[in-house]
Ligand binder design. Sequence first.
Ligand code: K1U
Ligand code: ZN
Length: 185
Amino acid sequence: MSILDIRVLGDPILREETTPVVQVTEELRTLVADMFETMYVAKGIGLAAPQVGRKERLAVIDVDEDPFVIINPEILHAEGKSKAEEGCLSIPDIYGDVERPAVVRIRAMNLDGDLFEVDADDLLARCLQHEMDHLDGKLFVDYLSVLKRRAALSKWAKNKDKYPGLIRKLSRDPTRTHEHPDEEL
Ligand code: K1U
Ligand code: ZN
């Protein structure tokens, strides 16, 4: 398995629509395995394909030690409202409160090509919506008020020099920082 580079805010791929998956190939299985590996190293609870520079409409999720992949996901039902802080592996060190539906039911395809449904609340509901937003080129900062978005983006403008080429490089070695310049590799 490989740790993939994560694209950060400013990379156009994070703003593009993804393409539905029509066939589960060996290459797709490898991508999914690499995305899980990358998500765990980055200490995330989800990771969407555009965040690793890919156009496939899929994301990996592991909120409570129950990992699964969602391929071509759709929201069947959403209700309630819930506001909580979010972060994003593609916008490191920036956080903001986002209001979203509290409860969702989604349908997606798994790696066997079978459709399945998930009823989710709390953090899983939030994570599913955050990841599905990535598949439509949407980021959590888009939901912030004008003032809070401005503050978040101005903090990001100061941080983003840490990511040459708008790429976040991760290391498996826990004694090293997760972000490091190319010449240290
Ligand atoms: O897609 C991503 O950028 C991953 C992101 C997903 C996410 C975080 C918080 C709320 C909704 C969705 C992350 O995993 S960032 C890491 C993080 O914030 C977190 C990690 C463990 C528990 C809770 C949040
Ligand atoms: Zn994100």
